[in-house]
Design a protein around this ligand. Structure first.
Ligand code: FEO
Length: 396
């Protein structure tokens, strides 16, 4: 067996992108990423499961050339996003007889995004199989992790689940398999927070569905491969559960120290009550670190000064991101200040419509510098949060 061989005749031939530092021009990648693609060589047919980002096509080809096989008969597309599908364009030129195997939605996406002609496709529905001779692939529909067409592929006899983005990590390392569980856990949580969290409820269903399938390895399309599926599935079960933790996340920005002073006062008032607080000064915050903190927190407080009668753009950005990634927090509030007047509070609250089950606790908005009167209001907010966390049974 070579280092990149998962099981006999199943290889990771994907690419490592150690120095990529941003995804979608939005998501920071402090540890790079990988685009895993898996060559499965059966006694009669050979399949490539997913491909790589177009910028790394040469690396896919280099890796394929190291392995002895006749031709690629099928290219399975679990997910049509370009970081996994873009190289299909070149592959079907090199292997003109290869068929692209995906579901109906995947076919539609690939035809639009990559202009792949219709006759190239074989469509598989949920539960259907593809025989490679001595190996069988089974397709498991898993929509919305994180696009509508996403699916998993199971190597039935070899018991490998190819889960594409789900259970993945943006973590480039030279080793094929998970080596450091703590590091992989943190990276997987970041990935979940940034990409999968809006689909938490659907993931709950997918994980239940997976209980009907037999596998002892999970091979995602990003990051190292899991020889211990329970490690990553258990982590996901915790993140996707409806349970929140005794934590308050405070993304904030401050122009003339007033909001900073309020946040520091509130932070200490919460710590005094035994609550874990994670303040994030948005001028120096990595978006992924904020997203990770939002996975478990029971309460979110946004801190903002007033700029041109509205929220500071950095605070508005944090509110926009929180609304988009849909954390499971139960409570929210706003703290902030204004110089003469404005609609900062109303603007920020209006930016959180997707968090419709969240309860808004009385915001604390002061004029200018926070006074003793304002501090009393912050004490009351801290006490309100404490009482709410106590009602949830999460205060130890
Ligand atoms: Fe890794 Fe949704 O692409």
């Amino acid at each position: 067996m070579t280092e990149n061989e998962l099981k006999p005749n199943i290889f990771n031939v994907g690419a490592k992108h150690f120095d990529r530092r941003i995804f979608d021009d939005l998501i920071p990648l402090p540890e790079g990423t990988t685009y895993n693609a898996y060559l499965v060589i059966g006694s009669e047919k050979t399949v490539l499961i997913d491909t790589v980002d177009g910028s790394k096509f040469y690396e896919l080809m280099t890796n394929l050339k190291k392995i002895k096989f006749k031709t690629i008969d099928y290219i399975v597309s679990n997910h049509s996003e370009q970081d996994h599908s873009e190289s299909i364009i070149e592959l079907i030129k090199l292997y003109p007889k290869a068929k692209v195997v995906t579901n109906a939605k995947g076919k539609e996406h690939l035809m639009f995004h990559l202009q792949i002609p219709e006759e190239k496709f074989i469509v598989k529905n949920d539960g259907e199989t593809l025989s490679l001779g001595d190996k069988t692939l089974q397709f498991i529909e898993a929509p919305w992790v994180h696009w509508p067409e996403t699916m998993f592929t199971l190597a039935v006899e070899d018991k490998i689940l190819f889960s594409c983005d789900l259970f993945g990590t943006h973590l480039a390392q030279s080793e094929t398999f998970v080596t450091e569980k703590a590091k992989t856990y943190e990276s997987a949580k970041r990935y979940y927070a940034e990409i999968m969290m809006p689909f938490r409820k659907l993931i709950q269903k997918h994980i239940v569905k997976l209980e009907d399938y037999d596998f002892d390895m999970i091979a995602p399309s990003h990051g190292p491969i899991h020889k211990d599926p329970n490690f990553i599935i258990s982590a996901y079960k915790d993140w996707i559960s409806d349970d929140v933790k005794n934590e308050v996340v405070i993304p904030y920005v401050s122009m003339h120290h007033s909001v900073k002073e309020m946040v520091e006062y509130l932070t200490n008032a919460l710590i005094d009550r035994g609550i874990i607080v994670r303040p994030f000064n948005l001028t120096v915050t990595d978006l992924g670190d904020l997203a990770i903190a939002l996975v478990d927190a029971a309460t979110i407080i946004i801190g903002s000064p007033t700029v041109l009668t509205g929220a500071h753009p950095s605070a508005a950005y944090a509110a926009f991101i929180a609304n988009a990634i849909k954390p499971k927090a139960k409570y929210a509030s706003i703290v902030g200040s204004y110089g003469w007047k404005g609609q900062m509070k109303e603007q920020l609250v209006g930016m959180l419509p997707r968090l419709n089950k969240i309860e808004l606790l009385e915001p604390v908005i002061v004029r200018g510098k926070v006074t003793d009167e304002g501090k009393k209001l912050l004490d009351k907010l801290a006490e309100d949060i404490y009482q709410k966390h106590k009602e949830l049974g999460i205060v130890s």
